[in-house]
Design a protein around this ligand. Structure first.
Ligand code: F6P
Length: 558
């Protein structure tokens, strides 16, 4: 195993420490002194136009960040990832989500297998299935065509599909919609199925491991709901064979563990596979995206994959000094480790991207929320900032106050598209233009602020002036695209995948395992008997857990 370079021992880190100490951020002055600042610090990555100029970045800082990338071996780690080395050390796996979107004519032999050929074989199955559902050839047990697909999954088997489905709603086939069940809170399944017609509903059970408690429980609940509903309508009788036939018509699965799919009772012929070299949070572009492929169709799904690939190519081939994922990843390190920024906001000015921040939370935080490096030694600096956000302009009327005037530095990514899906007008106003004016205004206000003199000049009473001053120098990155197409969505996702990777490389961590979710799962299983009323199991608990379970048992109405 290679040993990760400790970034804090590099010459670049020392240079960045000095630069940070001497830095007096002054975006107003920098923009005045450098008329070409926006031009020099704006980059094109596939269809994305990315403006980094409103970051706390000088030429010296940029040079030192690029040196840091070099000194921690980013190029070598990137090559190792793309070529299928087992860079997921703790699980001894290759990390090949990039193969999921490689064109069919690419050959990529990993551990003796051409993974791209494998991918396209499986994609063809997913596409054929999607076509059958979309055309009405695939019917439910009573012969009616499918109108709703319900994806049952959690984490990467939910967040990607639901986010992408919501983002690409305008592309879905009329009369065909998707819903998503993830939480083991029975409310989720109950509310999602409440007004569904069982005869026109198809469940997709999506689970990489097919061992996840939430998903298997929800899948069993869905199966019971389906059979109860069909029986109560007289569509099927009590016969076991009829139930089996109904399940075959209304359930398909996506998993890397196809034998477990069969154990659950889903016909393996109706199961789509993927591979252990795809991490859950990197899997929306695998068969895990089947619900999306059904909704938007194979052609659009292929465009989605092509978008990812375009960003992969940019990341793999662009020079570091114009490589957007590299630059954005390094900027995140700059803020995280030198300014102590603990959080990072992602603010889409595109309502269709309303689930994008939630999706990014798993991608970034499950990947980089680590306290040890890939060789088992402790990290040497902070890792894994908190990603969060809401669509603009809603966020403006909620939490932007803190970003503008709070005491903490919160770097923020603003995302917008030029062409709206709905070109609505309010009188003589194009509403999309009102919307985008807010995007431009916010990044401007955050960068340049408002001085006391400017506030005073507006006639503000002296004692109120301090409250109305904006310091500015609050860093933002602006990402714009022509429109929110499947390809652009793929590009955006891949952009953040690679940003996450870059940060992980700098910190020397394995961004592809997630052991931190295990203890809670294990304890939940161990605690279940105590919750169910086993007195001995309860007696073994700490006093707080005993008291909480006691409260639950006393107050649970049945
Ligand atoms: O929460 C841990 C995790 O393993 C995620 O990484 C994953 O996306 C999620 O659970 C769901 O796992 P699966 O797809 O195996 O059901």
């Amino acid at each position: 195993m290679t040993t990760p370079v400790d970034p804090t021992t590099t010459a670049a880190w020392a240079a960045l420490t000095d630069l940070h100490r001497g830095l007096r951020p002054d975006l107003r002055q920098w923009f005045t002194a450098e008329p070409d600042r926006a031009e020099r610090l704006s980059f094109q990555a596939a269809d994305l136009f990315v403006d980094l100029s409103k970051n706390l970045l000088t030429d010296e800082v940029l040079a030192a960040l690029l040196q840091l990338a070099e000194q921690v071996g980013l190029a070598e780690r990137t090559e190792a990832m793309f070529s299928g080395e087992h860079i997921n050390i703790t699980e001894d796996r290759a990390v090949l989500h990039t193969a999921l979107r490689a064109p069919a004519d690419v050959e990529m032999v990993v551990d003796g297998v051409d993974v791209v050929a494998q991918v396209h074989k499986e994609l063809a199955k997913v596409y054929a299935f999607a076509d059958r559902v979309r055309s009405g050839e695939w019917t439910g047990v009573s012969g009616r065509r499918i109108e709703t697909v319900v994806n049952i999954g959690i984490g990467g088997s939910d967040l990607g599909p639901v986010m992408a489905y919501e983002a690409l709603l305008p592309y879905r086939q009329q009369g065909l919609s998707a819903r998503f069940v993830s939480n083991i809170d029975p409310t989720d399944v109950a509310e999602t199925t409440r007004d569904l017609d069982p005869e026109t509903t198809l469940f997709i059970v999506a689970s990489k491991t097919f061992g996840t408690l939430e998903t298997l429980t929800n899948a069993r609940l869905a199966r019971s709901w389906l059979l109860d509903q069909l029986r109560s309508r007289g569509v099927i009788g009590d016969d076991e064979a009829e139930a089996k036939n109904a399940v075959a018509k209304h359930f398909v699965a996506v998993s890397t563990a196809l034998e477990k799919v069969a154990d659950f009772g889903i016909d393996p012929a109706n199961a789509f596979g993927f591979w252990d070299w795809v991490g859950g949070r990197y899997s929306v572009d695998s068969a895990i995206g089947t619900s999306l492929a059904v909704a938007i169709g194979p052609e659009r799904f292929a465009e989605f994959l092509a978008g990812f690939h375009a960003m992969d190519e940019h990341f793999r081939t662009a020079d570091p000094n114009e490589n957007v994922p590299v630059l954005m990843g390094l900027l995140n390190v700059w803020y995280n480790n030198f300014f102590g920024a603990a959080t990072h906001a992602v603010l889409p000015y595109a309502q269709y991207l309303h689930r994008f921040p939630a999706y990014l939370q798993q991608l970034t935080m499950e990947s980089n929320g680590k306290g040890v490096r890939y060789d088992g030694t402790p990290v040497t600096t902070d890792t894994g900032e908190v990603f969060w956000g809401e669509p603009g302009t809603n966020g403006q009327h909620a939490f932007y106050q803190l970003i503008h005037q709070g005491t903490r530095l919160i770097p923020a990514d603003f995302i917008a598209v030029a062409t709206p899906t709905h070109a609505l007008v309010d009188g003589d106003k194009d509403v999309h233009e009102l919307f985008l004016a807010n995007f431009f205004a916010q990044t401007k206000a955050l960068a340049f602020g408002k001085t006391a003199d400017e506030v005073k000049a507006e006639g503000t009473a002296d004692e109120i002036v301090p409250a109305r001053v904006f310091s500015g120098n609050r860093p933002t990155t602006s990402i714009m695209a022509p429109a929110l197409t499947p390809s652009v969505l793929g590009q955006l996702i891949a952009l953040y995948e690679h940003i996450t990777f870059v940060q992980g490389v700098v910190w020397g961590i394995d961004s592809f395992d997630q052991w931190g979710v295990e203890l809670g799962k294990q304890l939940a299983t161990e605690l279940t008997p105590a919750v169910e009323g086993d007195a001995d199991a309860l007696a073994n608990q700490d006093s707080s857990t005993r008291s909480l379970i006691g409260y639950y048992r006393e107050h649970r109405a049945r």
